[in-house]
Write a protein that binds this ligand. Sequence first.
Ligand code: ADP
Ligand code: MG
Length: 261
Amino acid sequence: MTAPTDTTTYAVQVHNIHKAFADHKVLKGISFQAQQGDVLSIIGASGSGKSTLLRCINHLVVPDQGDVHIGNDILRSHAKRDGTMVSSDPKLLEHVRARLGMVFQNFNLWSHRTVVQNVIEGPIQVKRVTKAEATAYALHLLDKVGLAHKADAYPSELSGGQQQRVAIARALAMDPEVMLFDEPTSALDPEMVGEVLRVIRQLAEEGRTMILVTHEMQFAREVSNHAIFMHNGLCEESGTPAEVFDHPTSTRLQQFLQPLA
Ligand code: ADP
Ligand code: MG
């Protein structure tokens, strides 16, 4: 029997995304896909638009052009009369966002809430899970990231690495289809980078679909199955980690990777 050829289900598809801030064109037509279980790394110089691209995926930044497919749902945007871009279907956006976990460089935990309160908030408010159920799951996830013993601590009592692991647990609590990481270790002291990367690596090994913006080239090479190099608002080069990291073809990427050699 011949298998049908076009049955690939993409977890994420980004089509021809453009974004400018005033006259500054940051994204000039970026497209990529990730299948379920893919770990996609996005690399590029500071200011190349990596965060903007990641934020376009959940419309934290609303693209000027292009659409985003999450599973079978399509996020589109349009201009209001005054020219500002808005997400075309707010209800759909809410539904899609609940299925995308995001982890930021600066953790973004709620400082006036304990660790476990941070983790249960989303499931209770958005998924209407009972507090008891949300708490049990939160404790399980905190255990997974090695922080069950900190459940009742406040974020300010934790190290940066611990706060970031809580942020990961908080994202996981929503059972996201896709995890988006924006330089999750960039704000950390060097000795804390490893503990966060270990958690991310474990998620990759479990087959989670992840899009990871990172400066940790060695880690990206090991953990991802696809990598994109952004330059000048475009995807300058993409491929397997072996292609992108070991055999870069563009001069720009060769220069970017040079300090590693
Ligand atoms: P990266 O994450 O690769 O460092 P960013 O996506 O954060 O790059 O930023 C790309 C460019 O867009 C930078 O020049 C930045 O200053 C600009 N930029 C990002 N967000 C905004 C914004 N909200 N308003 C104006 N300019 C922005
Ligand atoms: Mg950034």
